[in-house]
Design a protein around this ligand. Structure first.
Ligand SMILES: [Zn+2]
Length: 331
């Protein structure tokens, strides 16, 4: 057994890169798409921090509104379909906004009031590993991630960042109570030694405080389900449920039933707790097991989600008008 592992390790460490599938949306493709869109529509792009492997984490702003909402993709490596959806949204909205065309049933000039900050790919290191691209990793790091993957070459299940930390188990709200399913760095479920220790999460939480969005969305895969609830204050329940219900109506996704025992530590749990404002975790695609949904599901998911961003822009604008947003920073 030991011999087989050793042989495997040698092969894996010496191979330049596993043959990469074309059926993926890579960080490089996203980067070049982003550059094209940025140039064409003169958009503000900000590097909000760097991944553990030193790659820039980009945020793009669309709209003239001082107020904003925030939409984040790919907390998890195997969930890069969420990056593709957000990039499609950015491109579609930017074009409509420039030409004054509506986006579905919503006027695009709503973006004059409330902008959208897109962070299409938070965990590009994890996406690379999931896609079998180890070109950024030293031999030592390759050995480490192979161990974190239980010495399996099934990289498609990779969910964590490059340090084996599950980025959506890293936020302070509920972190202490979260039972660590993985005791050490792992391809999934390891919550880390303390909250906000992963570079990606640190960058996102700092940026979120800075832009102070009215609504936050975290796109994940899979299961076609919307989570909107995490110990929401009683006075916010109807408001937050109403918004989640509208998203459920246009996407035809299931609305998760509020769970009093909900374990937290996710980005939206933190946002709901910290800001007292609505936040949604949206799970794209029909349910797939521990892997990325196939690219073939993209057209349907895009169709279901195309109007989500602009609809939330409208909701955010109304929230502010009737003063229902209560600033609730506790630290
Ligand atoms: Zn996820």
């Amino acid at each position: 057994m030991k011999k087989i592992i050793l042989m495997g390790l040698i092969c894996f460490l010496l191979l330049p890169t596993v043959t990469l599938s074309k059926q993926r949306y890579s960080p490089e493709t996203m980067e070049s798409d982003l550059l094209k869109i940025q140039k064409k529509y003169h958009l503000e792009v900000e590097t909000i921090g760097r991944t553990e492997k030193g790659k820039p984490i980009k945020a793009v702003k669309l709209g003239k509104g001082k107020k904003s909402i925030l939409m984040v993709g790919a907390h998890h490596g195997r969930e890069w379909l969420s990056s593709l959806i957000l990039m499609a949204m950015l491109k579609d909205y930017a074009s409509a906004y420039q030409s004054g065309q509506p986006i579905g049933e919503f006027p695009s000039n709503l973006l004059d009031e409330v902008s959208i900050w897109f962070i299409p790919m938070l965990n590009s290191d994890g996406v690379r590993i999931q896609q079998g691209d180890f070109s950024d990793l030293s031999i030592k790091e390759r050995a480490a991630v192979w161990k974190m993957n239980d010495f399996s070459t099934d990289w498609s299940r990779w969910k964590a960042n490059a340090k084996g930390i599950d980025l959506n188990r890293q936020y302070p709200s509920g972190w202490d109570d979260l039972v660590n399913e993985a005791k050490k760095p792992m391809y999934q479920f390891y919550k880390g030694k303390r909250p906000l220790m992963a570079a990606e999460v640190k960058a996102l939480s700092t940026f979120t405080r800075k832009v102070d969005p009215l609504i936050a969305v975290s796109y994940h895969t899979s299961g076609r389900e919307i989570f909107w609830h995490y110990h929401n204050k009683h006075k916010n329940m109807a408001r937050d449920y109403g918004i989640a219900k509208k998203v459920a109506e246009i996407t035809e996704y299931e609305l998760a039933i509020p769970d009093k025992e909900a374990i937290g530590s996710g980005f939206t749990d933190w946002f709901i707790t910290e800001f007292g404002r609505p936040a949604l975790t949206i799970e794209l695609s029909y349910l797939v097991e521990e892997t990325s949904p196939p690219l073939s599901v993209f057209p349907e998911e895009w169709d279901r989600n195309r109007q989500v961003g602009i609809m939330l822009v409208k909701e955010a604008n109304q929230l502010n008008n009737y003063g229902a947003v209560i600033h609730n920073k506790t630290n």
